[in-house]
Design a protein around this ligand. Structure first.
Ligand SMILES: Cc1cc2nc3c(=O)[nH]c(=O)nc-3n(C[C@H](O)[C@H](O)[C@H](O)COP(=O)(O)O)c2cc1C
Length: 210
Protein backbone atom coordinates (compact mmCIF):
# COMPACT_ATOMS: atom_id res chain seq x y z
CA UNK A 1 0.00 0.00 0.00
CA UNK A 2 1.28 3.48 -0.75
CA UNK A 3 0.94 6.12 1.89
CA UNK A 4 -0.25 8.98 -0.30
CA UNK A 5 -3.79 9.99 -1.13
CA UNK A 6 -4.89 10.46 -4.76
CA UNK A 7 -5.51 14.12 -3.91
CA UNK A 8 -1.95 14.58 -2.59
CA UNK A 9 -0.49 12.81 -5.61
CA UNK A 10 -2.47 15.01 -7.98
CA UNK A 11 -1.45 18.13 -6.08
CA UNK A 12 2.26 17.22 -6.49
CA UNK A 13 1.68 16.75 -10.22
CA UNK A 14 -0.29 19.98 -10.54
CA UNK A 15 2.19 22.09 -8.61
CA UNK A 16 5.21 21.05 -10.72
CA UNK A 17 6.18 23.87 -13.09
CA UNK A 18 8.73 24.25 -15.81
CA UNK A 19 11.39 26.46 -14.23
CA UNK A 20 13.48 28.66 -16.51
CA UNK A 21 15.33 30.78 -13.92
CA UNK A 22 17.51 29.32 -11.20
CA UNK A 23 19.28 30.49 -8.06
CA UNK A 24 23.02 29.81 -8.03
CA UNK A 25 22.71 27.60 -4.88
CA UNK A 26 24.53 24.29 -5.16
CA UNK A 27 22.40 21.17 -5.50
CA UNK A 28 23.63 18.36 -3.20
CA UNK A 29 24.74 15.10 -4.84
CA UNK A 30 22.22 13.26 -2.64
CA UNK A 31 19.36 15.20 -4.28
CA UNK A 32 20.64 14.36 -7.76
CA UNK A 33 21.02 10.69 -6.83
CA UNK A 34 17.49 10.62 -5.49
CA UNK A 35 16.21 12.19 -8.73
CA UNK A 36 18.04 9.53 -10.75
CA UNK A 37 16.70 6.80 -8.47
CA UNK A 38 13.17 8.05 -9.19
CA UNK A 39 13.98 7.87 -12.91
CA UNK A 40 15.20 4.30 -12.53
CA UNK A 41 11.78 3.26 -11.17
CA UNK A 42 9.98 4.32 -14.32
CA UNK A 43 8.46 1.58 -16.43
CA UNK A 44 10.29 0.67 -19.64
CA UNK A 45 9.52 -1.71 -22.49
CA UNK A 46 10.55 -5.27 -21.44
CA UNK A 47 12.12 -3.59 -18.39
CA UNK A 48 15.05 -2.69 -20.64
CA UNK A 49 15.84 0.48 -18.67
CA UNK A 50 17.29 1.71 -21.93
CA UNK A 51 18.45 5.03 -20.60
CA UNK A 52 21.52 6.79 -19.33
CA UNK A 53 21.71 10.03 -17.34
CA UNK A 54 24.73 12.28 -17.63
CA UNK A 55 24.97 14.74 -14.74
CA UNK A 56 26.71 17.89 -15.92
CA UNK A 57 28.04 20.06 -13.11
CA UNK A 58 31.13 21.43 -14.84
CA UNK A 59 30.62 25.10 -15.81
CA UNK A 60 33.05 24.59 -18.72
CA UNK A 61 31.09 21.67 -20.16
CA UNK A 62 27.81 23.57 -19.68
CA UNK A 63 29.31 26.57 -21.43
CA UNK A 64 30.35 24.44 -24.41
CA UNK A 65 26.85 22.93 -24.61
CA UNK A 66 25.24 26.38 -24.57
CA UNK A 67 27.69 27.66 -27.18
CA UNK A 68 26.82 24.74 -29.47
CA UNK A 69 23.11 25.61 -29.23
CA UNK A 70 23.74 29.36 -29.71
CA UNK A 71 25.94 28.77 -32.74
CA UNK A 72 23.34 26.46 -34.28
CA UNK A 73 20.64 29.07 -33.70
CA UNK A 74 22.83 31.73 -35.36
CA UNK A 75 23.52 29.50 -38.38
CA UNK A 76 19.85 28.63 -38.74
CA UNK A 77 18.83 32.29 -38.39
CA UNK A 78 21.29 33.23 -41.16
CA UNK A 79 19.39 30.91 -43.49
CA UNK A 80 15.96 32.34 -42.74
CA UNK A 81 14.95 34.70 -45.56
CA UNK A 82 11.94 36.41 -43.96
CA UNK A 83 13.03 39.15 -41.51
CA UNK A 84 9.93 38.58 -39.40
CA UNK A 85 10.49 34.84 -39.14
CA UNK A 86 14.13 35.48 -38.27
CA UNK A 87 13.17 37.82 -35.40
CA UNK A 88 10.55 35.39 -34.15
CA UNK A 89 12.99 32.47 -34.28
CA UNK A 90 15.84 34.25 -32.54
CA UNK A 91 13.39 35.68 -29.97
CA UNK A 92 12.48 32.12 -29.09
CA UNK A 93 16.10 31.08 -28.68
CA UNK A 94 16.17 31.89 -24.94
CA UNK A 95 13.88 28.88 -24.50
CA UNK A 96 16.70 26.71 -25.86
CA UNK A 97 19.62 28.14 -23.89
CA UNK A 98 18.49 29.06 -20.35
CA UNK A 99 19.85 25.76 -19.00
CA UNK A 100 23.17 27.68 -18.92
CA UNK A 101 22.19 29.19 -15.56
CA UNK A 102 21.19 25.99 -13.79
CA UNK A 103 23.76 24.57 -11.33
CA UNK A 104 23.17 21.07 -12.74
CA UNK A 105 22.03 19.84 -16.13
CA UNK A 106 21.01 16.21 -16.59
CA UNK A 107 21.38 14.96 -20.15
CA UNK A 108 19.01 12.09 -20.89
CA UNK A 109 20.19 9.45 -23.33
CA UNK A 110 18.01 6.86 -25.00
CA UNK A 111 19.79 3.55 -25.46
CA UNK A 112 18.81 0.83 -27.93
CA UNK A 113 15.69 -1.09 -27.03
CA UNK A 114 15.90 -4.81 -27.59
CA UNK A 115 13.53 -7.67 -26.85
CA UNK A 116 12.56 -11.04 -28.27
CA UNK A 117 9.12 -9.65 -29.13
CA UNK A 118 10.80 -6.76 -30.94
CA UNK A 119 13.03 -9.07 -32.94
CA UNK A 120 10.04 -11.20 -33.98
CA UNK A 121 7.97 -8.14 -34.88
CA UNK A 122 10.79 -6.79 -37.03
CA UNK A 123 11.52 -10.16 -38.66
CA UNK A 124 7.91 -10.47 -39.81
CA UNK A 125 7.66 -6.77 -40.59
CA UNK A 126 4.73 -6.29 -38.22
CA UNK A 127 3.58 -3.31 -36.15
CA UNK A 128 6.61 -1.19 -36.93
CA UNK A 129 5.14 1.91 -35.25
CA UNK A 130 4.63 0.03 -31.99
CA UNK A 131 8.27 -1.01 -32.04
CA UNK A 132 9.75 2.34 -33.01
CA UNK A 133 7.95 4.34 -30.34
CA UNK A 134 8.62 1.87 -27.50
CA UNK A 135 12.29 2.85 -27.32
CA UNK A 136 11.64 6.46 -26.35
CA UNK A 137 8.69 5.90 -24.05
CA UNK A 138 10.69 4.37 -21.18
CA UNK A 139 13.20 7.24 -21.08
CA UNK A 140 10.32 9.73 -21.35
CA UNK A 141 8.59 8.15 -18.35
CA UNK A 142 11.93 8.33 -16.51
CA UNK A 143 12.13 12.06 -17.21
CA UNK A 144 8.69 12.67 -15.73
CA UNK A 145 9.69 10.73 -12.60
CA UNK A 146 12.79 12.93 -12.35
CA UNK A 147 10.76 16.12 -12.59
CA UNK A 148 8.38 14.97 -9.86
CA UNK A 149 11.13 13.87 -7.46
CA UNK A 150 12.92 17.18 -8.01
CA UNK A 151 9.64 18.96 -7.26
CA UNK A 152 9.22 16.94 -4.04
CA UNK A 153 12.75 18.05 -3.04
CA UNK A 154 12.03 21.73 -3.66
CA UNK A 155 14.06 21.80 -6.86
CA UNK A 156 13.00 23.28 -10.17
CA UNK A 157 13.46 21.57 -13.53
CA UNK A 158 12.45 21.91 -17.14
CA UNK A 159 12.13 19.11 -19.69
CA UNK A 160 13.97 20.52 -22.71
CA UNK A 161 14.13 19.22 -26.25
CA UNK A 162 14.75 22.64 -27.86
CA UNK A 163 18.54 22.35 -27.44
CA UNK A 164 18.41 19.26 -29.67
CA UNK A 165 18.60 21.58 -32.66
CA UNK A 166 22.31 21.11 -31.93
CA UNK A 167 21.91 17.39 -31.21
CA UNK A 168 25.05 16.06 -32.90
CA UNK A 169 27.27 18.79 -31.40
CA UNK A 170 25.84 18.16 -27.94
CA UNK A 171 26.29 14.39 -28.33
CA UNK A 172 29.91 14.90 -29.30
CA UNK A 173 30.52 17.09 -26.26
CA UNK A 174 28.80 14.59 -23.94
CA UNK A 175 30.48 11.53 -25.44
CA UNK A 176 27.21 10.03 -26.70
CA UNK A 177 27.64 7.89 -29.80
CA UNK A 178 25.19 6.05 -32.07
CA UNK A 179 23.11 3.95 -31.50
CA UNK A 180 22.65 5.92 -28.25
CA UNK A 181 20.80 9.18 -28.70
CA UNK A 182 20.48 12.36 -26.66
CA UNK A 183 16.74 13.01 -26.20
CA UNK A 184 16.49 15.81 -23.62
CA UNK A 185 18.28 18.14 -21.26
CA UNK A 186 16.89 18.70 -17.77
CA UNK A 187 18.33 21.69 -15.88
CA UNK A 188 18.01 21.34 -12.09
CA UNK A 189 18.32 24.03 -9.42
CA UNK A 190 16.52 26.04 -6.79
CA UNK A 191 13.76 27.99 -8.58
CA UNK A 192 14.28 31.74 -8.80
CA UNK A 193 10.69 32.27 -9.95
CA UNK A 194 7.19 31.01 -9.20
CA UNK A 195 5.52 30.76 -12.61
CA UNK A 196 1.80 31.09 -13.07
CA UNK A 197 0.51 27.62 -14.00
CA UNK A 198 -0.16 27.44 -17.75
CA UNK A 199 -3.78 26.51 -18.39
CA UNK A 200 -4.73 22.93 -19.09
CA UNK A 201 -7.48 21.93 -21.50
CA UNK A 202 -10.62 20.49 -19.97
CA UNK A 203 -10.12 16.73 -19.76
CA UNK A 204 -13.21 16.18 -21.92
CA UNK A 205 -11.42 17.90 -24.82
CA UNK A 206 -8.71 15.27 -24.91
CA UNK A 207 -10.54 12.10 -24.04
CA UNK A 208 -13.31 9.94 -25.32
CA UNK A 209 -15.07 6.89 -24.03
CA UNK A 210 -15.81 3.91 -26.21
C1 LIG B 1 8.97 17.00 -24.63
C2 LIG B 1 9.04 18.39 -24.03
C3 LIG B 1 9.94 19.30 -24.52
C4 LIG B 1 10.05 20.58 -23.97
N1 LIG B 1 11.04 21.43 -24.41
C5 LIG B 1 11.16 22.65 -23.87
C6 LIG B 1 12.22 23.52 -24.27
O1 LIG B 1 13.06 23.17 -25.09
N2 LIG B 1 12.28 24.74 -23.71
C7 LIG B 1 11.37 25.16 -22.76
O2 LIG B 1 11.49 26.29 -22.30
N3 LIG B 1 10.36 24.35 -22.32
C8 LIG B 1 10.25 23.10 -22.85
N4 LIG B 1 9.26 22.24 -22.40
C9 LIG B 1 8.37 22.66 -21.29
C10 LIG B 1 6.96 22.99 -21.77
O3 LIG B 1 6.97 24.22 -22.43
C11 LIG B 1 6.04 23.02 -20.54
O4 LIG B 1 6.00 21.74 -19.97
C12 LIG B 1 4.61 23.45 -20.85
O5 LIG B 1 4.59 24.78 -21.32
C13 LIG B 1 3.68 23.36 -19.63
O6 LIG B 1 4.19 24.10 -18.54
P1 LIG B 1 4.48 23.41 -17.13
O7 LIG B 1 5.56 22.36 -17.36
O8 LIG B 1 4.95 24.47 -16.21
O9 LIG B 1 3.22 22.76 -16.66
C14 LIG B 1 9.17 20.96 -22.92
C15 LIG B 1 8.27 20.02 -22.41
C16 LIG B 1 8.22 18.75 -22.94
C17 LIG B 1 7.29 17.72 -22.33
Amino acid sequence: MINISPESLLSVMKSRRSIRKFLPDAVPDADIESIIEAAAWAPSGSNQQNWEFIVVRSPEVKERLVEAVKQTIATMADNIVSARAKTEFTGYSAYYTFFADAPVVIAVVQKPYESLARRIIIRYNLAVAAVSTAAVQGPAAAIQNMLLMAQARGLGTCWMTGPLIAQSLLEKELGVASPDELIALVPVGRPAVTPVPPQRKKIQENMRWM
